[in-house]
Design a binder for this molecule. Structure first.
Ligand code: GLU
Ligand code: ZN
Length: 298
């Protein structure tokens, strides 16, 4: 297993876009929210490009995302982590879990799972399936059912969701987001995660896997990260703004307006004059206002 450095003690945050298209207003919100939280804690803000789903990757978009961040004054610390560089770690972690009988292979199709009620019921747990044409699942025996979100308060997740044996590697052999995000956050020493609300529920899976990796000493022990989930932006039809729903890319001629809108959406109440300010000053305002609203008041 790859050796990692000793546990960092300070704040480490991150923004982790997938290169499936340029940033839109919704992803900018996650970038700005995580950036302000890191700066308000005098912490580091890392950039990780989650490029482990080639079929959904849009060529050139990683470069565009980096340029968009820079244009909005969102400069990250240290080198970019390209998630595709971590696949050996993912494999090592899966092997270790399998060895400890905490992962198993599953050949159930989506239709079969749906016919059995929709939530995966552990059907293949004891069937000793081989890895061939099978997904790998986490044997989620000690699920985490609730956690304290720094913005949303206590999050209680329905037990049938929280205790699902979620997928670690897909049947098409691509690494599942859940495994990849936990391994990378863990190994990058991420202490605080700030991201969109769509991940409010899957967070319990990630915490459960994180806890397992630590308790089983699959990776050097590490405390669970603190979570904060931001509101999602909706399009006029009430759908989540997302690349899948063809949310428009950020207008690069409107950097100030974009940032201003993000500050509004983060409920930081910028004054109208701030729209005329330099982007550095807009961000500095954001750090102060974020700190007041989301850190000091807690
Ligand atoms: N790549 C994921 C996304 O863009 C990252 C989510 C996260 O921050 O954990 O949705
Ligand atoms: Zn199965």
């Amino acid at each position: 297993m790859k050796q990692v450095q000793s546990t960092p003690t300070g704040y480490i945050g991150r923004f982790a876009p997938s290169p499936s298209g340029p940033l839109h207003a919704g992803s900018l919100l996650a970038a700005v929210g995580s950036y302000l939280d890191a700066k308000a804690h005098q912490g580091q803000w890392l950039l990780r490009i989650e490029n482990i789903d080639p079929p959904r990757e849009v060529e050139g978009s990683a470069g565009i995302i980096c340029k968009q961040l820079e244009a909005h004054g969102l400069h990250w610390d240290g080198p970019i982590l390209w998630q595709s560089e971590s696949t050996q770690v993912f494999q090592d972690v899966l092997n270790a879990l399998e060895q400890k009988q905490l992962a198993y292979y599953c050949t159930c199709t989506r239709a079969e799972i749906k016919a059995r009620g929709g939530h995966y019921d552990g059907h293949c747990r004891t069937l000793n399936r081989s890895a061939h044409e099978a997904s790998a699942r986490f044997l989620n025996d000690t699920p985490i059912l609730s956690y304290q979100d720094r913005i949303k308060g206590t999050i209680e997740v329905p037990s049938e969701f929280a205790s699902e044996d979620f997928v670690l590697r897909r049947r098409d052999q691509l690494w599942a987001y859940q495994l990849a995000v936990v391994c990378d956050d863990y190994l990058q020493g991420v202490s605080h995660i700030v991201r969109g609300e769509d991940l409010l529920f899957p967070s319990v899976w990630q915490l459960s896997l994180w806890q397992c990796l630590s308790e089983q000493r699959i990776l050097p022990p590490r405390v669970l990260p603190q979570l904060a989930h931001l509101p999602l932006l909706l399009d006029p039809q009430g759908q989540k703004l997302s690349k899948q729903n063809h949310a428009p890319a950020l207008d690069e001629t409107k950097v100030r307006e974009n940032l201003y809108q993000a500050l509004v959406d983060l409920k930081l109440a910028p004054s109208a004059q701030l729209l005329e300010a330099e982007i550095e000053d807009m961000l500095a305002f954001g750090v102060g206002a974020w700190s007041q609203r989301y850190i000091i008041s807690n």
